[in-house]
Design a protein around this ligand. Structure first.
Ligand SMILES: Cc1cc(C)cc(S(N)(=O)=O)c1
Ligand SMILES: [Zn+2]
Length: 236
């Protein structure tokens, strides 16, 4: 009998622990939100945010999604689970599925959504830079918005329509059309929150997750556009 060479190629999250020890931690994200086990918000103060609208933004293809950089423009996120600290929007990006639209990172009672938007903020009350904050347990706060297929999202379309111009990893396009990140959030602002981590390497346990309960609708065409450029961006 001849020996069949068996090559087991291990890629993806299972290998992250080798290079990123944080991935072996105790507060790793994403998680499945088991709604029956979530405790009620109690007396948490309201979560409030303010973003600047009329400044140029750039959309970049980092190779696994698209990301909009806020270029340090003024913004604030405070309250809710964030104590007395004020956080500032650094960037926002999107995760999409590469197969049958199961693209969200978090799941709710085992259900995945077509995509998930992350608005990444850092703690300016305690730290001097995003990079410094990204290594601290209370350094980052990420607003998570679940995306489901439905009607077209006009605010998100200001980015989606630019995807054909950033098809390859490293591509970047700047736009100056006014855009309010607050318009990316759902109408109902009820949320789940938990202490977690970056969802991709280096998986640093520095994120206070705030995941809105109400999904936001995007059109099937917007998902398709993300998928085709997402896949291209990833494959390049
Ligand atoms: C690698 C990484 C960096 C940042 C700033 C944010 C994330 S996420 N997907 O947890 O929002 C991942
Ligand atoms: Zn993300």
């Amino acid at each position: 009998p001849y020996l069949v060479p068996v090559v087991i190629l291990i890629v993806g999250p299972a290998t992250w622990v080798e290079k990123f020890p944080e991935a072996r931690g105790t507060r790793q994200s994403p998680v499945d939100i088991v709604t029956s086990r979530a405790s009620s918000g109690g007396s948490a103060p309201p979560l409030v945010w303010r973003y600047s609208v009329n400044h140029p933004r750039s959309v970049v293809n980092p190779g696994y999604c698209w990301r909009v950089d806020e270029n340090g423009y003024d913004s604030e996120l405070r309250g809710g689970p964030l104590g007395s600290d004020v956080y500032k929007l650094q960037q926002w990006h999107c995760h999409w599925g590469s197969v049958n639209g199961e693209g969200s990172e978090h799941t709710v009672d085992g259900r995945a959504f077509s995509g998930e938007l992350h608005l990444v903020h850092w703690n300016t009350s305690k730290y001097n830079s995003f990079t410094e904050a990204a290594g601290q347990p209370d350094g980052l706060a990420v607003l998570g918005v679940l995306l489901m297929v439905g009607s077209k999202h006009d605010e998100l379309d200001k980015v989606v329509r630019l995807l054909p111009y950033i098809q390859h990893k490293g591509d970047k396009v700047t736009f100056s059309e006014p855009l309010n990140p607050a318009n990316l959030l759902p109408k109902r602002i009820a949320y789940w929150t938990y202490p977690g981590s970056l969802t991709t390497p280096p998986c640093t346990e520095s994120v206070t997750w705030i995941l809105f309960k109400e999904p936001v609708q995007v059109s099937a065409e917007q998902v398709r556009l993300n998928l085709c450029y997402y896949v291209n961006g990833k494959n390049v």
